[in-house]
Structures are given as C-alpha cells and as structure tokens.
Ligand binder design. Structure first.
Ligand SMILES: [Cu+2]
Length: 192
C-alpha cells in the first residue's frame, strides 16, 4: 500500500512540475517587446492570440470637449463617458468598427459603451458639433507614445502588422518581424 501511495504522490508532483513549466513557457511566449522613436500617438500589433485583457477607461465630457481626446483600448474593452458639464450631451459614432448612439445624458456618471471590434472610431456629439474624440480599438498588444517614444510589451514571436495612429496622419501600417519570444525589436515609426 505504502509503495502505491508514494508512487501516486510522486506522479502528482511531476504532473504539477509539467504544469508549472507549461505556464512559464506560455508566459515567455508573449514576452517580446517592440519599441522605438515615433511621431504617432498610439501603436499596436495585430496579434489575435495576444490581445490584452479588456478594461474600462474613462473619457470625460468637460467644457464641450473630450478628456482625453483619444484613447487606445484592447478589443472587448469599454469606455465610460462621465458628463462634467451642467447640460446634456448625446454622443455617437458612425464608424464602421463599432458604431453607437447612446442618446441624451445629463450631468453625472454618463454612459458606458463596449467596443468588441478592432478599428478606429470617430466620436461626435449630436448637440455640440465641435466635440470630437477618437477611440482606437486594438486587436493585440498596444501602447500610447510618450515623449516621442513607444514600447509595446507582450508580443509573441512571429511576423505582424504594426499599426500607428495620430490625429494628423491617421492610420499607417507596416510589417514587423519578432524573431524570438524574448526579443527586443527596435522599430522607429515616423510619418516621413
Ligand atoms: Cu455634447
């Protein structure tokens, strides 16, 4: 009896070891980084197997503007539009990826919209024609640039389309090769 028990528990231990090893392999398979200098505001890689977990972010309505005026989110994420103004807003998007029209809402927490499809959504207000925002919905790891540089983490090994967006130039895309799961790839992304 004792021998059988011991065998069983040693089998369990080795099975656990294999599981831990598998988990580590899965983590390191998405650990590559793409970074560089850029004049773009938001950058992302189309990698359906490595889309970051969905989140909820805020885009406030304040003094007839959106704050911030653009966000980049993972597909499946939501954006809430709190209304800080003492009057109504009624925002919508006619963009192909994730069209919406949430109707009138007064001061307060506002309404939340889900963005299940990747793409670039232009957001406007029915009441205030000057209001405009952009929501970039990424189908893979993404980053917002800061000080003319960007860094996208969590990229698997492989060949991908790297997208860049900014309000002046719109969307651009190019191919990027990530040679290994632990690689750091330098790719400068500039409009010209
Ligand atoms: Cu408005």
């Amino acid at each position: 009896m004792k021998t059988i028990k011991a065998r069983r528990s040693s089998f369990r231990r080795s099975a656990l070891g294999a599981l831990v090893l598998a988990a580590c392999t899965a983590a390191s398979a998405s650990a590559a980084t793409i970074r560089g200098a850029t004049d773009a505001a938001a950058l992302w890689v189309s990698a359906p197997g490595a889309v970051p977990a969905p989140t909820t972010v805020e885009m406030r309505n304040s003094h007839r503007t959106f704050i911030p005026p653009f966000v980049i989110i993972a597909e499946g994420s939501s954006v809430r539009f709190p209304n800080d103004d003492p009057f109504y807003h009624s925002i919508y998007s006619a963009s192909k990826a994730d069209p919406f029209d949430i109707g009138y809402y007064g001061p307060g927490p506002g309404k939340s919209v889900a963005f299940p499809n990747p793409g670039i959504d232009q957001v406007h207000c029915h009441i205030h024609a000057s209001m405009h925002a952009v929501i970039v919905v990424a189908d893979g790891p993404f980053a917002q640039s800061s000080g003319g540089r960007y860094e996208i983490d969590g990229v698997p090994a492989g060949t991908f389309v790297l997208h860049a967006w900014d309000p002046t130039h719109g969307e651009r895309s190019m191919t990027v090769v990530v040679p290994a799961a632990n690689a750091t790839v330098t790719k400068d992304v500039r409009a010209r």
